[in-house]
Design a protein. Structure first.
Length: 277
């Protein structure tokens, strides 16, 4: 992620880490810092967020699986940092950040001249240290951290070591959310096909509004009132009333005890709709 400036190309030096200096995050450390509990908590929050979004949406979100993984990683780093707060220490600079991370690197470590810039791979993350801040990259997840201290670096290392477990937690959430989006598409198609015959023969003005969990049909009776009926997604298939033909007959039908229609005064939005028409 190094950017060339004014046509200057910095020299790159490969840094090797002696085998005896290499470190790794152990399973015991993951348990010690409560990473299973962190993943459980963050997974619950991510699932709640995206299932709620899917239930309220009428069309699928592009790259929703990437969004879920990105939020999961960010949430785990943030939650883990709370657990490593006791190790915060003073704010770190380039000269202390790189030596802290270097033993955990896997593969090549690139050190660039001209600016304080070092890039390395951990187990899953690509990490870059630029002066006194650090960026972390994993697929579509990219985040820049400033105010770097030991607690942040430890949280990044613990999250990096937890990526296989994060994927185990994220995969069923992705499947569930994609299934909800698919059900929303089925609901939208069903609602569109079912509602059209209900309004086809109405001689007055009408408006159909679709929301994530319901569909409302507004039949305008005059310049002051409307009759509306709402169909809920969870109530499919719907028992539709007889299609109204005109405002007068609909107003009469609304008086029946079992009528699903409700008469109410026009709102400001309704009046704008009629004026636009």
């Amino acid at each position: 992620m190094f950017r060339f400036i004014d046509g200057l190309q910095p020299e790159c030096k490969l840094v090797s880490v002696p085998e005896e200096q290499r470190k790794r995050i152990t399973e015991e450390e993951l348990v010690q810092y409560g990473m299973p509990e962190v993943l459980e908590r963050v997974g619950g929050l991510v699932r709640e967020k995206y299932t709620d979004v899917a239930l309220r949406s009428l069309s699928p979100l592009p790259h929703v699986s990437d969004d879920i993984v990105r939020d999961f990683i960010a949430g785990v780093i943030s939650e883990t940092r709370k657990r490593t707060a006791d190790e915060r220490g003073p704010q770190m600079q380039y000269e202390t950040i790189v030596p802290f991370l270097l033993p955990y690197s896997c593969g090549e470590v690139r050190e660039y001249s001209l600016f304080d810039n070092t890039e390395m791979h951990l187990n899953a993350f690509h990490v870059g240290v630029v002066c006194d801040h650090i960026y972390v990259k994993y697929d579509r997840f990219v985040k820049d951290f400033r105010d770097v201290d030991t607690s942040l670096l430890k949280a990044i290392l613990l999250t990096d070591a937890s990526m296989p477990a994060i994927w185990q937690k994220a995969s069923p959430i992705i499947l569930e959310v994609e299934s909800v989006f698919k059900s929303q598409q089925i609901y939208q198609t069903f609602a569109t096909n079912v509602i059209e015959p209900l309004v086809r023969e109405y001689e007055g003005e009408y408006k159909i509004t679709y929301k994530g969990n319901r569909c409302t049909v507004n039949f305008y009776l005059d310049g002051n009132e409307k009759a509306f009926v709402t169909f809920f997604r969870d109530g499919m298939p719907w028992n539709l009333p007889r299609p109204p033909k005109d405002p007068e007959s609909l107003r009469a039908a609304c008086k029946a005890p079992d009528s699903p229609f409700i008469i109410t005064s026009l709102s400001k939005r309704d009046r704008r709709t009629l004026n636009n028409k």
